[in-house]
Design a binder for this molecule. Sequence first.
Ligand code: 6PG
Length: 248
Amino acid sequence: MISGNAGTVVVLQDLEAVSREAAECFIRNSRESIASRGRFAAALSGGSTPRKLYTLLGSDEYRDRVEWKKTHLFWADERIVPPDHPDSNYRLAYETFIASAPLPPGNIHRIRGEADAETAAREYEQDIRGFFGEEGLPAFDLIMLGIGADGHTASLFPGSDALDERERIAVPVFLGRNERDRVTLTLPVLNNARSALILAAGAEKADVLRDILGGRAAVTYPAGQVRPARGNIRWLIDSAAASKLRSG
Ligand code: 6PG
């Protein structure tokens, strides 16, 4: 384990180990949040990396270790697709664990990808404000993130206007180039979280992790700008993704 400016970095053997550690962090965080605030509000991500983690959370081994009735699920980002679409981040979580967890429907705060991106972002902001209260920025107990080889996180991509947003909670993202529109939480919200967990696996992430965690060019990448003010950020990365980090 390495602790520094970028937070705590935990290197684990492979995706299986990353996923198990992430499940333990999720469970620990849920217990602490429920003990201190009576509920646990977590924002999830999509991508391929968290599939194993979500499957674990829905498994007999882990499912009963979470107090689902006091757990509220949100999303860090979503693609503008219907909820049953293969690219839907909601669908990924639904199929892997929500379907088998006793979560009251009112605890699932998905981004309505069946609307257009601006409408979905506005509605999502209202839902979040209704949950956390009207004033100020929401403070999620845990935001789970991934990172792309280009350094994007959630749907905050390098060079995007969304990175400059300071007022809104969620914004639409229009990528063009035949890419789907998206909705993402903004940086001020990510940085107001009580804690953040970033998962990364695979050699294609090694360069960007070297730059961000080595401090060389961290802030030039969206993921390097995630620095929750309350300080608690933990990177769980596999040995292939960590292969260009200097140890010690
Ligand atoms: C998404 C994301 C995105 C993802 C990264 C990493 O919905 O795609 O939230 O930010 O976490 O692109 O994706 P992989 O896990 O597939 O590498």
